[in-house]
Design a protein around this ligand. Structure first.
Ligand SMILES: Cc1ncc(COP(=O)(O)O)c(C=O)c1O
Length: 436
């Protein structure tokens, strides 16, 4: 419990927690924060090593965001989806500038789930086809359709879900689904898309949707060249490529978008989380000119009441300008290089880290039971030990995402190297207490 007031009890009586049995929820009463740290009502000062819900790329209490949103709220503009105003035009222009070349026109919404829903709808409207290929391990959102599209066990209570979902294999090199080792890898995971398309009949498939880097399901960094192969397969079969950059976008991996590492332009790219730095709920889909032109004379059967809301548009503009002015993409790349070296040492000293992998400021530790003589294994750390770790991390005031035997490191992009080093010291001590 990290609440010093009665708010947690009042709230628990009236408001649900997400993704948990309510009795197991862990309240976190955040009262403020600055940069990569936040403060709870009981006086605790935490390291935010998970960027809240992977969305707080600009860190806590960013003055520029507070000013931009304060001013927008004071104007109190009410709008309809057809409204014309400067921040909406500017948000569209800036998104066309920072996304890969060839992506031109944006559809706005309020979350990553909605961004993906609308991307799938646009792909179906554009192609007249229904099926969608998705990875075996992936997350695309919590609505009925997007959860069933996700390769995530959380979809199971809702099956049967969206019809026409086709699965392909993951770039999960630590447990390669094709039984390969890095030395024998020939990008079978990318080629599996072609196998899936040929099996289904490509003329029935509207799109393939892939996270830029699989996030919550394990941080799978695809091998260099992966996206180019995927792009070529899509082009060969006339299937649209949707990059879900909800988690991996806006500098998280050391480039504006994860697909930039391979220099690939998808047909549609979805965004949320870092799009607004978490300061307001926002999502978006950006599409190529070819897709945009299709809707010049065809009805875009997509919409929502709060389409391109002024608070969202102001937040998008302020976020992009802040990322640019503060050089946060370059900063994430530099910190990623630092972490690449630092985390290798960190893992070498700890035989229970089966693997540490990542890019930029998006990393995962795969925690495994060490074998005899402390050799590294791939046997997942059991749930009971992971629960012990979770309690220790809370006590140490470390906010990190956890799932199964995975522990994720994804601090705000504004974190300084010295702060990251200090946080890693705390993290190392917490891990050693749990596993040694
Ligand atoms: C890759 C990815 N896509 C989509 C979503 C859904 O976004 P939201 O929770 O904003 O609906 C998430 C959320 O974690 C995500 O990580």
């Amino acid at each position: 419990m990290t609440s010093a007031s009665d708010i947690a009890a009042r709230q628990a009586a009236r408001v649900f927690y997400t993704w948990t049995a309510q009795a197991n929820a862990v309240p976190l009463e955040i009262v403020g924060g600055e940069g990569p740290r936040f403060v709870t009502a009981d006086g605790g000062k935490w390291w935010d090593l998970g960027s809240m819900t992977w969305n707080a790329g600009l860190g806590h209490g960013h003055p520029r965001m507070q000013k931009a949103l304060g001013e927008a709220a004071t104007r109190g503009l009410l709008v309809t989806p057809t409204a014309v105003f400067a921040a909406k035009a500017r948000a569209g222009e800036l998104l066309a500038e920072v996304t890969p070349p060839g992506l031109e026109k944006t559809f706005f919404c309020l979350s990553g789930t909605e961004a993906n829903e609308n991307a799938i709808k646009i792909a179906r409207l554009f192609t007249g086809r229904q099926k969608v290929v998705a990875r075996t391990r992936s997350y695309h959102g919590a609505s009925l359709a997007m959860l069933s599209l996700s390769g995530d066990p959380r979809r199971l209570p809702f099956e049967p879900g969206l019809p026409g979902v086709v699965r392909m294999g993951d770039p999960y090199c630590f447990r390669c689904p094709f039984g390969k080792e890095p030395t024998s890898c020939a990008h079978e995971c990318a080629a599996d898309l072609e196998t899936a398309l040929l099996r289904e009949g490509p003329e029935t498939v509207a799109a393939v949707i892939l996270e830029g880097i699989v996030g919550a399901n394990g941080v799978f960094v695809p091998p260099p060249g992966y996206w180019k192969k995927i792009r070529a397969i899509c082009d060969r079969h006339g299937v649209l490529l949707i990059a879900d950059e909800v988690l991996s976008g806006f500098g998280r991996t050391g480039r504006w978008f994860a697909v930039d590492h391979d220099g690939v332009t998808p047909d549609l790219l979805t965004m949320a989380k870092g799009l607004t730095g978490g300061y307001v709920p926002g999502g978006a889909v950006i599409v190529t000119d070819r897709i945009a032109r299709h809707f010049d004379d065809q009805v875009l059967v997509c919409g929502l009441t709060s389409y391109a809301h002024p608070l969202v548009c102001e937040a998008v503009v302020a976020t992009i300008e802040t990322i640019r002015d503060e050089g946060l993409v370059e900063r994430a790349a530099a910190l990623g290089t630092f972490l690449g070296v630092r985390l290798e040492d960190f893992a070498r000293e700890r035989p229970y880290i089966g693997e540490v992998r990542g890019l930029g400021l998006l990393w995962a530790f795969e925690l495994c039971v060490p074998g005899p003589a402390s050799q590294r294994t791939r046997e997942p750390m059991p749930a009971v030990t992971m629960a012990k770790l979770a309690a220790i991390l809370r006590r140490a005031r470390l906010h990190l995402h956890k799932r199964d035997n995975l522990l994720y490191l994804a601090p705000p992009l504004v974190i300084a190297e010295a702060e990251l080093e200090a946080a890693l010291g705390d993290l190392g001590r917490a891990l050693d207490e749990a596993f040694r």
